[in-house]
Design a binder for this molecule. Structure first.
Ligand SMILES: Cc1ncc(COP(=O)(O)O)c(C=O)c1O
Length: 408
């Protein structure tokens, strides 16, 4: 059975002493949340306490922010796509985002001013569904390219929002390049959740959009009597999600910033490898990126997310698929008295890892290095529900990707 590996950050910075956090300041995050609030579908997603799991693992508290309830789309991704499209259209109209609502953008006079726009993205599914949904809400078009091996159900869910979607024979990073090329050829607008030189505005807005869930989580933690987490586990594909959330949390909590732990699949562990290289630069992983964690199958870090995670994360973990599968099972069959969370492959890996760090004698050094103990309050984000129902059943019902129990 393959191993969990990790690298600690020997050069972790304090907020203000590393990468610039102003684009995910509290003010920017509140601006994004204010825009999200104008959608009729907006509701904060639940923050689920798991007190019995916490007791079993020997920490004070474990909370899971359950993004399967986000806008009825089963994943957090719409926070980014909707905000980036809103900001882009506000820019085209010469207005501030605070003056924009989805209803106004869809109104006939505004649509006439904007003309017909086609948004294009490359995605394993969740981001594409989000772009397709946001475009549909505004009466605009979307074209979505998916990497090879994508689940046909995820394709169907994107098409259900009227998008022209297809599964290519490319990996994620090459599908992104295809989206960019097609946009140039056809005059489409790329809404990609990663940045590259000269393409930074939209990914920045996407990261700001993701901060909405962190604003909610801090408020919800306070309702539970916690000023903030001591430990925050964030899964990373290109690192826009982790960068946006970690950046906001570092900016908002300052000296009380939690220990931030970055978690990736071992087949697409570009942050782990970049941290291991130790030269301060992002390093890519190439090839098929063939992992159960479809949403995290990205080989090239978003440079904006990289700078934040390079400076403010305290550890980077590279996890085999069975860790994600274990996380799905732990959340699906909770200890008695804890609520159940339906969490998909990319949503559950942090829970699977937390259980291993606290439960496996082989990872005791990691537990000590992270300072995880009976005083810890751990925040996890289940970024998706059962977005592939078949995979969910294979893992949870039929035991696909088994782990081995090595604690008493
Ligand atoms: C469910 C889920 N979780 C996490 C992520 C990771 O986000 P990012 O690629 O910004 O690191 C994704 C990305 O698609 C996802 O779909």
């Amino acid at each position: 059975m393959s191993e969990i590996r990790y690298v600690l950050n020997a050069d972790r910075r304090r907020p203000g002493e590393g990468a610039d956090l102003s684009f995910v300041s509290r003010e920017e995050a509140e601006r994004a949340r204010a825009y999200h609030r104008t959608f009729p579908e907006y509701r904060p997603t639940p923050l689920v306490p798991l007190p019995n799991l916490a007791r079993d693992l020997g920490v004070s508290r474990v909370f899971v922010k359950d993004e399967s309830h986000r806008f009825g789309l089963n994943a957090f991704k719409v926070l980014g796509a909707s905000y980036a499209i809103g900001r882009y259209l506000a820019w085209r109209l010469g207005e501030d985002i605070s003056e924009i609502t989805p209803g106004r953008l869809a109104a006939p006079d505004v649509r006439e001013r904007l003309g017909e726009i086609t948004f294009v993205a490359a995605t394993d599914g969740n981001h594409g569904r989000a772009v397709a949904w946001a475009a549909q809400q505004l009466g605009q078009k979307a074209v979505i390219y998916m990497p090879k091996g994508s689940d046909p159900i995820r394709l169907a869910n994107i098409r259900a929002h009227g998008a022209d979607a297809s599964i290519t024979d490319l990996n994620y990073d090459d599908a992104v390049r295809l989206a960019d090329r097609m946009a140039r050829e056809h005059g489409w607008v790329v809404v990609q959740d990663t940045a590259w030189p000269g393409y930074e505005d939209i990914p920045t807005w996407i990261m700001q959009g993701y901060a909405t869930l962190a604003v909610e989580a801090l408020e919800q933690l306070r309702e539970h009597g916690a000023e903030g987490p001591t430990h925050l586990f964030l899964q990373a594909g290109v690192g826009s999600f982790a960068g946006g959330v970690a950046g906001f949390i570092a900016s908002a909590l300052g000296e009380r910033m939690p220990a931030i732990v970055i978690v990736e699949p071992d087949r697409a562990d570009c942050f782990y490898r970049s941290a291991e290289a130790g030269d301060g630069r992002p390093h890519a992983v190439t090839g098929d990126l063939n992992t159960l964690m479809a949403g995290l199958a990205c080989g090239e870090p978003n440079p904006i997310g990289w700078e934040i995670l390079r400076d403010y994360a305290c550890a980077y973990f590279s996890c085999p698929d069975w860790v994600a599968a274990n996380g799905m099972r732990i959340l699906a069959a909770p200890l008695q008295g804890d609520p159940r969370v339906v969490s998909g492959e990319s949503g559950a890996v942090t829970c699977g890892l937390l259980e291993r760090i606290l439960g496996s004698p082989g990872l005791a050094d990691a537990r000590d290095a992270l300072g995880l103990d009976e005083g810890s309050t751990v925040l996890l984000v289940s970024t998706e529900g059962d977005t592939s129902p078949r995979t969910y059943r294979e893992v949870v019902w039929y035991g696909r990707c088994p782990g081995a129990l090595d604690r008493p």
